[in-house]
Design a protein. Sequence first.
Lengths: 270, 169
Amino acid sequence: MKINFLVIALLATLYVSGQELYVFSEPASNMPAKSISVKQTAKWLRNPTFSRTESRHTSELMFGVNRNLMIHAAGTFSNMYSQSQRFESVRTYAKYRFLTVDGMYSHFRMAAFAEVSHSRNISGYDELSLEGDQSGIQAGIIATQLLHKLAISTTLSLTESLQKGRSLPGPKAVPYQAFNYSLSAGYLVLPKKYTSYDQTNLNLYVELLGQRTYDKKRYFVDLAPAAQLIFNSQAKLNLGYRFQLGGNMNRMADKSWMLSFEWLFLNALK
Amino acid sequence: MKKLFILFFLSIGLITNAQVKKAHLRASGLTCAMCSKAVFKSLSDVPFVEKIQVDIQQSTYEVFFKEGSSISFDALSKAVIDAGFSVDQLKVTSNFNGLKVQKGSTITVGNQALQFINANDQTLSGEKTFTLIDKNFVSSQEFKKYKLTAGKAYEKGFAEGKRVYHAIL
């Protein structure tokens, strides 16, 4: 009986529209050319070392330069490395879509991306992240398959932390090099049938996010379920929860909440 | 004299130009409404487009053109590609006034040169719909299929430096 239910649930997910507007990762597809997107993100976590809730606030601008290239620029504030909220980091990201195979209600796409961040933080944790924790560079590739009703995406990337101490002799206290991977899936729950752009959409996502540092060998694997509302086919509200499935890293926290709001301005750059 | 002039201009219209009424465009590579809206907005911003009726579920766009404006099929395709997707089908509806067409002959439709690859010495009268088969108007599989039979100007879409579209009736 239970198995029957699972099979039905699985089949049901295959027959709803696939979504690739992922909450924790980027798809290989880009935003439309000449568009601008504005995104505000808040992340909360419970820091067990200091027994307090800490947060990071990210403001991000995204540009669709042309059909294949998009650029992000972001700045972050947080109290994760300080007593109170303070300006913490800036970063920029570029993604180039180099393969597009479109079919009816399906596509396979691949993109390459690179990211640079500058952070004032000195992190003593093993986890490498350019979202504000460390200065660094990152590059990788993304492959996304939209298969009629299901969208699956994978990202492989390398991170190089440029935090102070990387060139000091002797054993390192923290890692500086990491391999990252993600596997994401998403589907549309509502509406059942599209009739207008004004309908509010509800999408559900689940993403597997992992990192393996390879100078000092540590790893983590997280699972991140998320829900997304889309209003007027223009604004996205995302709520996600991320928790560790396994790992041996010294991390700031192994679970966190994320809330973000994004507004897309189509054909804003002319 | 006046009548003669009118007749003269009318006959030019008959011979050289078929009036394009609308186009039925199907976009591929998308399912979501946000993606569909990106295509809709991109097509809406094409200067000669008057209005669009969209079927989000079917991923189709009924594009109506401004009367008397010069149109470009390539601009429609570019709008869809710039939005991040592809054109899977473009059906064009035009008014013809007894235009004789044969396979491989070039006619003018909405100021654009066009060849029918399957016309068989027929006369086109009234409202007729044809489907463009050029690159960026069909799927890559269909493009490969037509490449074998559609003539030498098909692959590049240019003949003697001029843009020539290919279509089937």
